[in-house]
Design a protein around this ligand. Structure first.
Ligand code: FES
Ligand code: FES
Length: 175
């Protein structure tokens, strides 16, 4: 029996220790958003996050995932998903959940990636050759995330300024 924490929920599964995590998630737990492509760690269709890092789960034994926070495409809430829609990235769509998971992980590590960063990091395969659209969508998501960050920093700075202005002055206070 193994206990897995996936998308914030705890699941218990009765499988062999060397069962690939992908099979457990798809077949035991019924979350089929993560796809099977090659089965040998080459294509990235099976990408999930383990502790925020993109991992190819067709070659990861379930026992290795115990104790970690796992996220599948069903549990991801990220700017890349909006960017994927905005840029109409998917064609057949088969590889795209893995592409999105890989892109979200890249932006976590490298918030403003260059084309070279994207090309070096996004090794997931796409038979429909959506690579150009993927690159555009990643830049778009990075810009959206940067704008949100700037807005939050400006709000925090304004709140700090306001609290400084309204704080009672200690001028003239007794020593
Ligand atoms: S199915 Fe896992 S890398 Fe291809
Ligand atoms: S969209 Fe068809 S394989 Fe990538």
């Amino acid at each position: 029996m193994f206990e897995l924490k996936i998308n914030g929920k705890t699941h218990q599964v009765e499988v062999e220790a060397d069962t690939p995590l992908l099979w457990v998630v798809r077949e035991q737990l019924g979350m089929t958003g993560t796809k099977f492509g090659c089965g040998v760690g080459a294509c990235g269709a099976c990408t999930m996050h383990i502790g925020g890092t993109a991992v190819r789960t067709c070659i990861l034994p379930v026992a290795a995932a115990v104790g970690s926070e796992l996220t599948t495409i069903e549990g991801l809430d990220h700017a890349v998903q909006d960017a994927w829609i905005k840029h109409q990235v998917p064609q057949c769509g088969y590889c795209q959940s893995g592409q999105i998971m890989a892109a979200a992980s890249l932006l976590h590590r490298t918030p403003e990636p260059t084309d070279a960063d994207i090309d070096a990091s996004m090794s997931n395969l796409c038979r429909c050759a959506t690579y150009g659209a993927i690159r555009e969508a990643i830049h778009s998501a990075a810009a959206d995330l940067a704008a949100v960050k700037r807005a939050r920093e400006a709000e925090e700075a304004a709140a700090l300024e306001e609290s400084t202005e309204t704080a009672p002055s200690d001028a003239g206070a007794s020593p």
